[in-house]
Design a protein around this ligand. Structure first.
Ligand code: A2P
Length: 333
């Protein structure tokens, strides 16, 4: 079997380190790995796959060698500059930043949902926003079966989504220290503010959920609104998702549809206090769905509670699964 060469750009960061963990778990046919970050980390040693790797500085010449896939998580401006350079040298970039997501030339992929969009990539494939990814895993099978008319997202997002600095704000805030990353204390608080505010009153995070959902489901007509909230949870995003359908549904059948969909684990036994929890999802690759109940305020609607590890399924796992599919597609020929 052919083996491939993979670069990890941003290997020292929170998502980058999780890329490495997930790559150790999901075995891909790989000959060489190249781990890259900024000049600040060049020369730093990282233990990976039982070997010691030395971090290389990302430069314009980093891709002047036989690299097949580059997993990028080094911020939007790094992706804007370096993803096209890598792509021009024949590398397929799987980019975790928001830089390329809404570019019509760039597929935006959740492997359980729209794997075939990988096929039309022109050298860059975008990994969606963390809160969008887990929602898509749950929405896709329901959209296929009942056709979604409207979505109301309300999110409860972990501080790890704001990187190490977010994590530290919660840790230090619990000891009574003032926040450095967030504009208000996160310990004991909920901040209805993720990313910056836009002229329409929504935040960028909220509009990412709106626009990325339409792109991934391939349906520009779905009506969507979102309120995204940072909560004092270290890992895993939780989401209340309210859906309205065009078609009628039977609740037992809808639960079956979700249970049979790829990437989902149902946790829905409220009598026994069983429902998806952030603490249970942390460190896993699946999306958990529960509190599945009819929305009695509309003709055909349902409420869901959807939880996943935002750094794993919401970022690193999804990107590595895209790489896995890409290799499967290459192997078809
Ligand atoms: P470094 O550790 O050298 O700063 P996080 O999202 O946790 O802040 O991590 C960001 C990742 O992106 C880190 O690995 C960081 O490397 C990397 N990074 C940031 N800026 C650049 C850059 N200009 N070139 C390459 N890597 C970068």
């Amino acid at each position: 079997m052919k083996k491939y060469n993979i670069a990890v750009v941003g290997a020292t960061g929170m998502v980058g380190r999780t890329f490495l963990k997930v790559l150790e778990e999901i075995k891909l046919p790989v000959e060489n790995y190249y781990l890259m970050a900024s000049a600040r980390s060049a020369g730093q040693k990282i233990e990976f796959m039982g070997k010691e790797y030395i971090i290389e500085e990302l430069t314009e010449n980093s891709f002047d060698r036989d690299i097949d896939i580059a997993l990028f998580s080094a911020g939007g401006s790094t992706s804007e500059k370096f993803a096209p350079i890598a792509a021009s040298k024949g590398v397929v970039v799987i980019d975790n930043s928001s830089a390329w997501r809404m570019d019509p030339e760039v597929p935006l992929v959740v492997p359980e949902v729209n794997p075939d969009d990988i096929r039309w990539n022109k050298g860059i494939i975008a990994n969606p926003n963390c809160s969008t990814i887990q929602a898509m895993v749950a929405l896709k099978p329901l959209h296929d079966k009942y056709k979604i008319k409207r979505v109301v997202y309300s999110t409860y997002q972990a501080v790890s989504g704001a990187g190490l600095a977010g994590y530290q704000d919660l840790e230090n805030g619990l000891k009574g220290e003032a926040p450095k990353k967030f504009p208000h204390p996160i310990a004991g608080n909920c901040l209805p503010h993720i990313d910056s505010f836009l002229p329409n009153g929504y935040t960028k995070e909220e509009m990412k959920m709106v626009n990325e959902t339409r792109k991934i489901l391939g349906d520009p007509d779905i009506k969507i609104t979102a309120t995204t909230v940072r909560v004092p949870v270290f890992d895993s995003h939780s989401e209340s998702i309210n859906l309205e359908f065009y078609n009628d549904f039977d609740l037992a059948e809808l639960k079956e549809v979700l249970a049979n969909a790829p990437g989902i684990i149902i946790k829905d036994d409220p009598e026994n206090n069983v429902y998806p929890l952030a603490l249970d999802a942390a460190g896993t690759n699946e999306t958990y769905v529960g509190r599945i109940r009819r929305d009695e305020s509309v003709d055909s609607g349902v409420n869901l509670w959807v939880v996943a590890d935002n750094i794993r399924k919401g970022a690193a796992t999804n990107a590595v699964q895209i790489a896995q599919k890409l290799i499967e597609i290459w192997s078809e020929n």
